[in-house]
Design a protein around this ligand. Structure first.
Ligand SMILES: Cc1cc2nc3c(=O)[nH]c(=O)nc-3n(C[C@H](O)[C@H](O)[C@H](O)COP(=O)(O)OP(=O)(O)OC[C@H]3O[C@@H](n4cnc5c(N)ncnc54)[C@H](O)[C@@H]3O)c2cc1C
Length: 416
């Protein structure tokens, strides 16, 4: 089934009877060449690129719930490549370039909207740090502009410029950044993978790994044993629990991150605005809701819901940045489980078990990474070698001392 404007018009005129399900619902086979554990954005993108770009077959994605039920369907949809460090920036810029062609590539509307992201700065030192980051972005082929206070005011006159503690002094703008519809991304990758013969198996939880002589031979699931030569794990907030079944202890803590959406308002927010000093960020959905969030909940949890102290903290951050937000009514609040790595950067690597690979540690930022993460993980699974933009994301960097600490805050997940 091919999507197009003409198709939409034809269906509208014929009672919408021609639409088909986007993917099959197959029974698990006894054996596959490749099993991807986790049907979130990263797992689905991995299966898609494995089949499409690397020409692999006999692939299954095993998802314990429904496809897209995890963080891919719970995030605040921001995509950007405004990173500083050499281990990160080329990877996220690769992702940004994949986003720019994604909808045409998989023929699905993921509402990719390059409406820009503005990071506000509040001190001269922070402006210097933004200048350095902007230069690093330019060197990696990304776009970046440093704005002064009046340029920020012209873009977003509703901000509180004279906040006594955090007066706005300017901002770092990436115009190619923006938002994308998170479910649409999951559905687009799922459909594209299914079209290429990947079995997407829902309600199939992996409950154990079968390891013979240091090599993976398959996975135990709630729907029986399934054999596989290569297994890639992409379970985000459940990474520690799942990898513990293979005898591994990860440098990852799981925390809840909450998100908020207001009632629909007239167009107000020009793009994405982040207030790092107060840990608050906001954008506006196409339906008009203000979509915003802040810090992680300050305790470890595997629950997909948060608690009131962070709601209060986020509300305070919003009021400090744009007091008019106090007039908007809150519509919904929800949470997802973040796999917070100890340096704030991800892991895309092989493990000590031969044939078992890990994709994890995405912290708050894994949605924007979805295309590059899927591509790089598929590259690793298919070729056994890391993709050139992801070669720093090694699991052993914590023992070797090569951490990628983008924020320079050490092993403190709440500060990443
Ligand atoms: C509130 C919130 C806001 C965010 N905002 C942003 C943002 O604006 N920009 C950004 O870049 N990132 C953002 N993120 C982070 C981003 O959503 C995640 O980093 C990313 O989605 C994680 O990868 P994933 O999509 O594969 O995860 P998930 O969608 O969580 O996929 C993992 C899947 O694994 C499945 N699973 C777990 N255990 C098993 C098992 N044993 N067997 C089988 N399946 C299993 C789960 O059910 C789940 O479906 C946000 C996250 C949250 C929660």
């Amino acid at each position: 089934m091919h999507f197009s404007g003409l198709r939409v018009i034809r269906e509208a005129l014929t009672g919408h009877k021609g639409w088909k399900p986007l993917w099959r619902n197959p029974e698990p086979q006894p054996a596959y060449d490749y099993i991807i554990v986790g049907g979130g954005g990263h797992g689905l993108a991995t299966a898609y690129y494995l089949a499409k770009t690397f020409g692999r077959a006999r692939i299954a994605v095993l998802e314990k719930s429904w496809l897209g039920s995890g963080n891919i369907g719970r995030n605040t949809t921001i995509i950007r490549s405004n990173y500083l460090l050499p281990g990160n920036e080329p990877f996220y810029e690769f992702s940004m370039k994949l986003w720019e062609g994604l909808e045409q590539e998989f023929n699905f509307n993921a509402m990719v909207s390059q409406r820009g992201i503005l990071n506000l700065c509040h001190t001269d030192a922070q402006r210097d740090a933004f200048r350095r980051r902007g230069n690093a972005m330019l060197l990696a082929g990304a776009d970046a502009e440093l704005l002064d206070r009046e340029q920020v005011r012209a873009m977003a006159p509703f901000l509180n410029f004279d906040n006594a503690r955090f007066p706005i002094k300017g901002g770092l703008l990436q115009r190619r950044a923006g938002t994308a519809r998170h479910d649409g991304v999951a559905w687009g990758y799922a459909r594209g993978a299914d079209m290429r013969g990947v079995d997407l198996i829902q309600n199939c939880e992996v409950t154990g790994f079968r390891i013979d002589g240091g090599r993976i031979s398959g996975v135990e699931t709630t729907r029986g044993y399934i054999a596989a030569g290569t297994v890639g794990v992409a379970v985000a907030g459940s990474s520690s629990r799942v990898m513990a079944m293979a005898g591994m202890r990860l440098p990852i803590e799981s925390h809840v991150l909450q998100a908020f959406v207001s009632e629909g308002l007239k167009p107000t927010i020009p793009g994405v605005i982040t207030f790092g000093a107060g840990h608050f960020y906001v954008s506006q959905s196409d339906k008009g809701g203000l979509v915003f969030g802040g810090d992680i909940d300050g305790y470890n949890s595997y629950a997909q819901r948060g608690n009131l102290p962070v709601i209060e903290d986020v509300a305070e951050g919003g009021m400090a940045l744009m007091p008019m937000i106090g007039r908007a009514r809150l519509l919904r609040v929800w949470g997802g489980i973040m796999d917070m790595s100890m340096d704030g950067s991800p892991i895309i690597d092989r493990t000590p078990v031969e044939g078992l690979y890990l994709n994890a540690g995405w912290c708050y930022g894994g949605f924007k990474a979805t295309p590059a993460s899927g591509y790089a993980f598929a590259h690793l699974l298919a070729t056994g070698r890391p993709h050139e933009t992801a070669s720093a994301y090694r699991l052993d960097r914590f023992t070797r001392g090569y951490v990628i600490d983008e924020k320079g805050v050490g092993a403190q997940p709440n500060l990443h």
